[in-house]
Design a binder for this molecule. Structure first.
Ligand code: SF4
Length: 334
């Protein structure tokens, strides 16, 4: 499959000098055109920092200390997002890549109508677009996300939480970006509404052809809605594979722990088991494999040597990668 975004050896730190904390460590990840790539991990695993880093939206003291983010436009040559000027970066955001943030539904401006907020995005990126065309596009977008265009003149407080979140998704899609990053987009909604909105987003992706990076701590949502899943722990990717492979046959003990934390999608009921302990403190990471203090399978090299993400020596090894001493890898990913 053709890549649309390639993250190469990305490193992000908070703070400077001796006090710097490494929140994203040597991450290599490729998003392919038209796919949904799920990014899972507990709070503090680095998944949101990775998303903000690759779009250069990190708030200080976050700083990118190394790596490349190669974007492949549909009709022109690839370029490194980290090397863009401020002006080019503004055009890249929204027009090429859009983010739906955590709790986005609360970021609609309460004193402006939905119509104004949607058409403002169009005006900011294409001042020559006529008012008639802007309104037509906004109405079309609302319809696409399942809201009657009659609600164009509603204020945010006149809409339910689910509708406000749909408006935010519409706003993210209004400039037809190639990549949409969704950071816990439906966490504040009830389970039924979450699934409705995500199902609709997947339908839209099939119609409009954009690619999605979908970030959540809820692995069950990723198994249902993603093509591939990458699992993060302590700022690193520790496993990556097609969603069905992760669900059926996760290799990394942390991935297995996450899977054991939600009810089975099919088959008999099973007892839920959490992962003992807490996520590591990024300011004082354990030596070796950062999961070793919590890992039920830890053995001799785990506390001293960091396992490298690589292709496991298995029949489906070409389509997956893992960083764990239990699964010797043939070649590093990167
Ligand atoms: Fe567990 Fe060792 Fe694998 Fe880390 S490398 S996940 S500690 S078995």
């Amino acid at each position: 499959m053709e890549p649309v975004l390639e993250i190469r050896n990305l490193n992000v730190e908070y703070g400077l000098g001796d006090k710097a904390v490494r929140a994203v460590r040597d991450v290599n990840l490729t998003l392919h055109r038209g796919e949904v790539l799920g990014l899972a991990g507990e709070s503090g695993s680095g998944k949101s920092t990775l998303a903000y880093g690759l779009t250069r939206l990190l708030a200080p003291p976050g700083v990118i200390t190394g790596g490349e983010v190669i974007y492949h436009p549909e009709k022109s040559e690839p370029y490194d997002v980290l090397g863009l000027s401020d002006k080019a970066l503004r055009a890249f955001r929204w027009a090429e890549t859009a983010i739906v943030f955590q709790g986005a539904m609360n970021s609609l401006n309460p004193v402006h109508k939905i119509s104004t907020q949607l058409t403002d995005v169009l005006q900011a990126h294409d001042p020559k677009m006529s008012e008639h065309s802007r309104n037509a596009r906004a109405r079309e977008m609302l319809k696409l996300v399942g809201i009657s265009p009659d609600r164009m003149d509603a204020y945010p407080h006149q809409l339910s939480g689910g509708m406000r979140q749909r408006v935010m998704i519409g706003m993210a899609l209004i400039l037809q970006p190639q990549v949409v990053i969704m950071d816990e987009p439906t966490t504040a909604l009830d389970v039924v509404m979450q699934r409705q909105i995500l199902g609709q987003l997947i339908e839209l992706r099939e119609r409009l052809g954009f690619s999605v990076i979908f970030i959540t701590h809820d692995l069950s949502l990723l198994v249902e809605f993603s093509n591939r899943i990458a699992i993060m722990y302590g700022g690193r990717i520790v496993e990556e594979a097609p969603a069905a492979t992760i669900y059926r046959d996760a290799l990394h003990p942390y991935s297995k722990g996450l899977l054991g934390s939600f009810p089975a999608l099919r088959g008999p009921r099973r007892e839920l088991a959490g992962i003992p302990g807490s996520p590591p403190d990024l300011a004082g990471m354990p030596t070796g494999c950062s999961f070793h203090p919590r890992c039920p399978k830890a053995f001799e090299p785990c506390s001293t040597h960091i396992p490298v993400l690589g292709r496991p020596d298995s029949p489906d090894g070409a389509a997956r990668s893992v960083a764990c001493w239990l699964h010797p890898t043939e070649q590093p990913v990167g």
